[in-house]
Design a binder for this molecule. Structure first.
Ligand SMILES: [Zn+2]
Length: 200
């Protein structure tokens, strides 16, 4: 995969599709989910979930359809539940159990930069063509410039609850159960990047 792939050809991990469709079915029901996927020209995901990386454009189209076709607060609930499910999937399948045990044993101030470092090594799985920048001190932050979740969206409120909940799920499991993640700036509201602040 080219590191300079443009937004058109960028790929992203399949969780953003799979977990979002699962969340849609739970919150909006199977029929509404099928209608939404058809409207977004993503009907191929009605019957079968992707097994490999997907086109970033599919993720953008799916979240645009969620915002257009599902009323608030249900749309935000869908995004949030999809993020929770993504964190659960990553914890069950992607982070080795011994590494998780070490992080849980560490004090939060040490576990946090270790988890952020791991996230920094896996940005290709969730950010597509977006550019991720991470700082661990003084306030831990993850910023995504060119965010695929809110691309093309204009919104007063932060629009990327999928990421908020994904990061929060990982931090609550591995750093501190009290972690709160807040999207403090969003490209959908005109910010230069989507910024997720982490407090624990
Ligand atoms: Zn955002």
């Amino acid at each position: 995969m080219s590191a300079v792939a443009g937004a058109e050809s960028a790929l992203i991990g399949p969780n953003a599709i799979i977990r979002t469709v699962e969340a849609l079915r739970e919150i909006a029901g199977a029929a509404a989910t099928d209608d939404l996927l058809t409207a977004a020209r993503l009907e191929r995901y009605r019957e079968e979930f992707p097994a490999t990386m997907v086109a970033q454009d599919d993720v953008t189209a799916l979240y645009r359809a969620v915002r257009e076709r599902i009323d608030e607060p249900a749309a935000s609930e869908v995004a949030r539940l999809a993020g929770v499910k993504t964190a659960e999937y990553i914890l069950a399948n992607r982070i080795p159990k011994p590494a998780q045990a070490v992080l849980r044993l560490l004090p939060a101030r040490l576990a946090s930069p270790a988890l952020l470092s791991s996230i920094n090594h896996h940005t290709w799985t969730f950010a597509g063509s977006g550019t991720v920048s991470i700082v661990s001190r003084p306030t831990p932050r993850i910023a995504i410039e060119g965010c695929p979740i809110c691309r093309g969206t204009v919104s007063e409120a932060p629009a990327c609850a999928y990421y908020t909940a994904s990061f929060e799920g990982l931090f609550r499991a591995l750093v501190s159960g009290r972690t709160r993640v807040t999207e403090v700036a969003c490209e959908a509201s005109g910010a230069p990047q989507c910024t997720f602040e982490i407090a624990f």
